[in-house]
Write a protein that binds this ligand. Structure first.
Ligand SMILES: [Fe+2]
Length: 288
């Protein structure tokens, strides 16, 4: 994940590309325990919920061996499978740094882990969100190509002033994406698979809308960072997502220039609706 508003360069101790050493030996036993607790909770929940590429990736990288994984160890297998590596960063990095890493098949991951009393609450993505949530999908050749294409697209969108629109694509796919499969809806978004509560909400709750993925529709839809999503977009397959991302975005950006944003819970006449949500959850939260 990336963020705007960085005044200077990398923080003290970080390299020019904002990477740091993971210093795996410095993690405490208590920190490893947090990983194991989170890992155990998710692994009990995700079979039948997460998509097959995610579960296969989790298996291939053996992410539960002894707490927080050592990036150097998982990188051997990840590199062999798709040519990707995980690099440690101190926290959020500027957009252009983030895009450059992705375009070069490097995934920047937070080094720190949340506190035991914060299992369900995160202000910034930590190593569990970044590695457990994101990295298994990077073992999939198609999804990993999509991530690289996103990094390349990010640099172009920045030049064209359309970063807000492109960030929505990232949010509703890489972070909160759902996928249609022969067995039913499955999760591939990192923000969902790394969250105990949203792993259930995204699939089971009657509140959110679930709408077939459409690139331009997604780019016009704002998102919320403070609570469960009010709308999820459902892709047909990873191949379809990659194909959509390889089209020329210039005509889409040109149309977005004059287009209004679509309110977060709205359903458009052109939407292919899988679930018309009640929005009961969001409404009850708003009333609090
Ligand atoms: Fe993320």
């Amino acid at each position: 994940m990336s963020a705007d508003g960085f005044a200077g360069g990398p923080p003290p101790g970080a390299r020019h590309d904002w990477t740091i050493d993971q210093d795996w030996d410095d993690y405490t036993q208590a920190e490893h325990e947090v990983w194991l607790t989170l890992y155990q909770r998710q692994i009990e929940l995700l079979p039948g919920r997460a998509c097959t590429p995610f579960l296969k990736g989790l298996e291939a990288l053996d992410l539960h061996r002894a707490g927080i994984p050592e990036f150097a160890r998982i990188n051997e297998e990840l590199k062999r499978l798709t040519g990707w590596t995980v690099v440690a960063v101190p926290g959020l990095v500027p957009d252009e740094v983030f895009f450059d890493h992705l375009a070069n098949r490097r995934f920047p991951a937070g080094r720190f882990i949340r506190k035991p009393e914060q299992l369900d609450y995160l202000e910034e993505p930590d190593v569990f969100h970044d590695v457990f949530g994101h990295v298994p999908m990077l073992t999939d050749p198609v999804f990993s190509d999509y991530m690289q294409a996103y990094g390349e697209g990010g640099r172009r969108a920045q030049g064209l002033g359309r970063l807000t629109n492109l960030a929505r694509l990232y949010w509703y796919t890489v972070e909160f994406g759902l996928m249609q499969t022969a067995e039913g809806l499955r999760i591939y978004g990192a923000g969902i698979v790394s969250s105990h509560a949203e792993s259930r909400f995204a699939l089971d709750d009657p509140s959110p809308n679930r709408i077939a993925f459409d690139m331009e529709r997604v780019m016009r839809t704002p998102y919320r960072i403070d609570d469960f999503q009010q709308v999820y977009f459902v892709i047909r397959s990873l191949e379809a997502l990659l194909e959509a991302s390889l089209q020329d975005f210039a005509p889409i950006y040109a149309r977005l220039e004059g287009a209004r944003d679509i309110p977060i819970a709205a359903i458009e006449p052109t939407d292919q609706v899988l679930t018309r949500g009640t929005q009961a959850y969001a409404n009850s939260r708003a009333a609090q």
